[in-house]
Design a protein around this ligand. Sequence first.
Ligand code: NAG
Ligand code: NAG
Ligand code: NAG
Ligand code: NAG
Ligand code: NAG
Length: 511
Amino acid sequence: MSVAGTRRLCRAGLVAVLVTALCVLTLLDSPPQLPDPPADPPPTPGGEPPGTRSIVAYSWARRLALDYRPTKECDGNGTYGTTLNTFKLADEKWLETIPGQLFLYSAHLDLRVAGYPSLRVIGVKRGPLPTSGLFCTVWYEEDERGRAVSVEALVSTIWLDEWGETVDSYAGILVGCQLPPDPAIEPSRVYVGLEPCHQDASHSLAIKNREERNRTEGRRRQFTLCIKGLDFDEDISAKIVAFVELHRILGAEHFYFYVFNVHENVLRVLRLYESSHVIRWFNLTLPGDLPNEKTARRRLLAEDIWTKRRMELIPYNHCFYDNLHRSEFVLPIDVDEAIVPVRRNNWHELLLDERIKLGRSFKDFASYAVRNVYFFPELQQTRNQTDRPSFQWNDSSTTDDTLLTGLDYLDTIRTACISPEGDSVKSFVSTRRALTVHNHYALTTLNPSTRRAHHFDPDDVLKHHHRACDDRHLDCEVMMEDVRVDESATRYADELERRMRVFFNDLKAFA
Ligand SMILES: *[C@@H]1O[C@H](CO)[C@@H](O)[C@H](O)[C@H]1NC(C)=O
Ligand SMILES: *[C@@H]1O[C@H](CO)[C@@H](O)[C@H](O)[C@H]1NC(C)=O
Ligand SMILES: *[C@@H]1O[C@H](CO)[C@@H](O)[C@H](O)[C@H]1NC(C)=O
Ligand SMILES: *[C@@H]1O[C@H](CO)[C@@H](O)[C@H](O)[C@H]1NC(C)=O
Ligand SMILES: *[C@@H]1O[C@H](CO)[C@@H](O)[C@H](O)[C@H]1NC(C)=O
């Protein structure tokens, strides 16, 4: 193994549980001269994810004062009115506002801090942005005439400095645009670029208004799942259905799926779920001169792990902000994972326990992290790995008892080693307290005094990771020496099967 230098002990045994300290993990895909990649930053004592020191200990009030920017009225000589009719709905394309350097993806109204309404614009920058500053131009629809204001933009990178950043790379950004404190009038469009009072309102991002939010989002939910850009040629439709139904049993009320490229059957599954308001899905593209042809894009994301990691944060943060006022938690997760409580039946009960356990300090955290264990398929003796049927569209022999065959969410053999705190965790991220999200936990928090993550006790809940062991990243031999029987997922089998049967019957009826 050429990456011996990056090997490290799995610290789980020392910190939280009395398990063997034998299990050795190595970090993922380290490019030679760069520090630890972001998917698995090194765990830090006390369960606080790395990067905490970058949060300066100033108060909440001071932060608001520092971030405050006065707004300036733009001379509206009719520009708004004349361009109003040319507004397009936002599509999957990026809005390029500084050629080659700044690409905007979406804009969201953030009313979390009373008296300080603001817009959060998610985008990507390439290389350093001009030091002279950026400006937000915000349009309001007031009666017939419309109005525009301009305010200095507050730009932060959705990334931590210690993860390193090469000068020329693409990186996600969150732009804050402070609004005048009049919550009665909602902004309708925003532009972020070099000039204050940008004139062309048709070259801007739409902001969902209240009515639209009511229509598309419905009632307030507790848990929404965010699934990053799917990119699979194979027909994984049965897996997607099992993933959605298992997580609905566990407590997920809504799902945001992002799609680079999937099989036609997966699209049919997504469309049916969309029509019954179980999920929303979005086609995803990469910005700037990054490739969007399927093969070239896949090659880039496989080879340039840093760009892949940075770009994954765009859908996660879009999902977070699109659910800001509609879901109590968002949970970024992959389709080969499941968050399974050990003693409780669902996430609602799990969180309730944690609230009681933590008391008032529950609210001191922006994310609640679930530790990782591997259910390597190689470990499952009872299942024939080559025998993985997926739902057959034209085949009536896909009967009830074959529905669950070949799906690994109910596997029962896992590694005894629990990945260390901070390593490969997935978190319930609080929409009240986080400012940006990362695949593992909140990356930054709204109130600087909020701690970024609290870890659940692994005796209460585990993240089941169903993937083949990859010995470039893990010491598979050692990890597989010490395994446990874990049947915590099997109690959902009957309900899962029933739900999948119902879904596939509907699918056959409507497809
Ligand atoms: C008014 O509109 C004209 C043409 O659309 C533009 O050239 C001019 O700069 C605008 N004036 C102000 C004050 O915005
Ligand atoms: C949106 O829904 C809320 C409550 O669900 C309601 O009070 C409000 O009037 C609705 N707004 C619009 C514009 O429909
Ligand atoms: C994604 O793109 C496909 C193919 O162009 C299209 O049929 C589908 O409606 C798009 N999905 C969404 C959610 O916009
Ligand atoms: C697994 O299934 C395949 C085809 O279904 C079969 O050829 C193979 O012999 C089976 N392997 C075992 C170990 O049962
Ligand atoms: C279903 O269709 C696939 C290809 O579309 C074909 O290979 C297969 O034989 C068909 N199965 C049945 C039962 O008709």
